[in-house]
Write a protein that binds this ligand. Structure first.
Ligand code: HEC
Ligand code: HEC
Length: 398
């Protein structure tokens, strides 16, 4: 019975996965005549089907479909059982908008000198992070913080480590127009896209009824946001367990899950399933790189001293892929990260700082064995089955 269930999930994932446009070509190893022509002329065509995990409605928009939608919501009360609904989700984009966003996301044409794309710092192969403690932008220097994963960002209400933004559309203007990230200006960005040989036609496809008007900034933001919301990871072994397939987790992993959810470790109070974040800001007192002053975190955007050193609780989905960890990338491994929580409340707070540490940060005194089990459990949160495809060719290079 349980094996059948896992089988069905797997088959579903494969079937839905196959419906992604560019992937069909990869799987069948055959290029249709039409595609061969479009490759030789440099023409691009946008996908007309939704990404895996989404269903195309009669109105032509993509709606998320997940088993979690059959469960009741907690309405922000308590931690809940494994069968708890997901937070509200941002969907309703068309397949063409999502696919245009995919091209833009991977295209370095978005940066001032054409060298850096969103995917430079948010690499699909590295959990949409970059493997660096702090990301490196257009100036070749490490910037202030590490790149968070982008899996499941369509569920988030707060963006950036310090929670200073609340929509995907305004968030991306940070990296696009910061001198030390992509270094672009709105004028130059519009100039490069409008004068490109492929993009104007792609924007027509994604935003019909615009009558060949010039590309506008909100269209760029909508398309990239649409792509970002397509990055769904909800079919890990943990999820299969949560939906009722008990063979999906080993004994050690279940032990780890129980520690994670226990009131001794308290992980689930902040990293609340099923998203593994309660989307709040919390002061943990995590360390800064050697010689760096304390990062004030959310104190700055919220102008609130009690949020000094507060950061957004990150989702832990695909966390095994996104080392190093925390806003500063200080911890190299999951084991080190998890150990932080049991080394004593405030042990890494610099002298002279008086932080308002969160009440769930305390002295759980976890044994080495419990820490190992926690790491085992965190590794069950990996699911990259809906990985989008890197474009074979980019419009800017055509
Ligand atoms: C130079 C590296 C770099 C580039 C390029 C970059 N990012 Fe980021 N991104 C980061 C870093 C670092 C953060 C966290 C910064 C902070 O919290 O202060 C971040 C944060 C984010 C977040 C917030 C995630 C969360 O959980 O809060 C999103 C969404 C995002 N980036 C999307 C994009 C998009 C879309 C682009 C392209 C337009 C892009 N990024 C380009 C490094 C980069
Ligand atoms: C009070 C809320 C809270 C509790 C309780 C909590 N965390 Fe966290 N967790 C956070 C915040 C906030 C961050 C980011 C801190 C930073 O960047 O400095 C974080 C970061 C992490 C990260 C790194 C994620 C990444 O992408 O870099 C891991 C792993 C993690 N927590 C696991 C756990 C485990 C395991 C427990 C239980 C032992 C736990 N957390 C308990 C709030 C919490």
């Amino acid at each position: 019975m349980s094996k059948t269930f896992a089988g069905i999930i797997l088959i579903l994932a494969v079937i839905i996965g196959l419906s992604s446009c560019e992937q069909e070509v990869t799987y069948t190893h055959s290029i249709s005549k039409q595609e061969a022509v479009s490759q030789s002329t440099g023409n691009f065509e946008l996908c007309k089907t939704c990404p895996p995990g989404f269903e195309l409605t009669d109105e032509g928009i993509c709606k998320l479909r997940s088993l979690y939608q059959q469960y009741a919501s907690l309405k922000n009360q308590g931690v809940g059982g494994l069968k708890t609904a997901l937070p509200e989700f941002r969907d309703g984009f068309t397949p063409q908008q999502i696919d245009l966003g995919r091209y833009l996301f991977f295209d370095p044409i978005l940066s001032a000198d054409g060298t850096i794309s969103c995917a430079t710092c948010h690499q699909p192969e590295k959990g949409f992070s970059d493997g660096l403690d702090r990301s490196v932008g257009i100036l070749g220097e490490p910037i202030k913080r590490g790149a968070p994963s982008l899996w499941n960002v369509g569920f988030l209400k707060l963006f950036f480590w310090d929670g200073r933004d609340s929509t995907l559309e305004s968030q991306m203007q940070g990296p696009l127009f910061s001198e030390d990230e992509m270094g672009n200006t709105p004028e130059k960005l519009l100039e490069s896209l409008n004068s490109n040989s492929a993009y104007p036609a792609l924007f027509e496809e994604a935003f019909p009824d615009r009558n060949n008007a010039e590309i506008k900034l909100p269209e760029i933001y909508t398309a990239i946001a649409a792509f970002e919301t397509s990055l769904i990871s909800l079919n890990s072994r943990y999820d299969q367990y949560a939906h009722g397939f008990h063979g999906a987790l080993s004994k050690d992993e279940i032990e780890g899950m129980n520690v994670f959810r226990s009131f001794v470790a308290r992980c689930a109070e902040c990293h609340t399933p099923p998203l593994f974040t309660n989307q709040q800001l919390a002061v943990l007192g995590t360390p800064e790189p050697d010689g760096k002053p304390l990062d004030p975190g959310a104190e700055i955007p919220y102008k609130d001293g009690s949020l000094r050193g507060a950061f957004k609780v990150p989702s832990l989905r695909n966390v095994a892929q996104t080392a190093p960890y925390m806003h500063s990338g200080w911890f190299k491994t999951l084991r080190e990260t998890v150990e932080f929580y049991t080394k004593g409340r405030g042990h890494a707070v610099p002298e002279g700082e008086n932080l308002y540490l969160h009440w769930h940060i305390w002295e759980p005194d976890l044994s080495n064995k419990e820490l190992d089990r926690l790491v085992d459990f965190l590794q069950t949160l990996t699911d990259e089955s809906f990985m989008p495809k890197r474009p074979d060719r980019l419009p800017s290079k055509s």
